[in-house]
Design a binder for this molecule. Sequence first.
Ligand code: ADP
Ligand code: 5GP
Length: 184
Amino acid sequence: MSSVYVITGPSGVGKGTLIRALRGQIPNLELSTSATTRAPRAGEEPGVDYHFLDPDEFERRVEAGDFLEHATYSGNRYGTLRSEVDARLARDVPVVLEIEVQGARQIRESMPEAVQIFIAPPSPEALRERLHGRGTDHPEVIDSRLGVAVEELAARGEFPHSIVNDDVDRAAAELAEIVRDCER
Ligand code: ADP
Ligand code: 5GP
């Protein structure tokens, strides 16, 4: 049986970075492309980074039952389309969801067999520095994300696995170890 891996944690903690490293080590893992109502950032490609939907289309798809989970995060909606996950599981391909904490809680209810991994920063200051250093968001957007992060960090104990992303190579190795153990 193939598996679903939920990677969660605050914005800027390095989820995307660690998933890239993980997929370098375990190439058969595929990443679910989420839907969002937020505007594309420079360089983001529709259908690759996200399915960019306008709010009406997002709501229509919520009502149609197309989402496995969905949440409002920092003023925008985000969700995992069932089709992204089902198509992979049908091919027996393990799938990674990179989602925020509210979505992870919904998956915990609807798919208790999914492996849930929380990524934590070495310190709150590191999170702030990484969000600024990434250079993708306006300062007010960063402040909003850091506000949400306070609650997200308090949820760490809910997760069976948590990894401190201090050093990318070390943390990616720990993540790969968890996935290899589950795939055995
Ligand atoms: P997320 O996907 O959780 O929002 P990203 O993967 O985009 O986070 O990482 C946010 C920023 O932090 C990026 O600029 C990334 O290069 C940097 N980063 C990620 N991991 C580390 C680390 N262990 N040490 C220092 N910087 C990191
Ligand atoms: P960003 O705007 O930085 O791409 O994403 C903001 C937050 O939304 C991140 O914590 C990211 O993990 C989360 N996110 C991305 N896709 C989804 C999704 O499909 N569902 C949920 N619940 N959160 C998501």
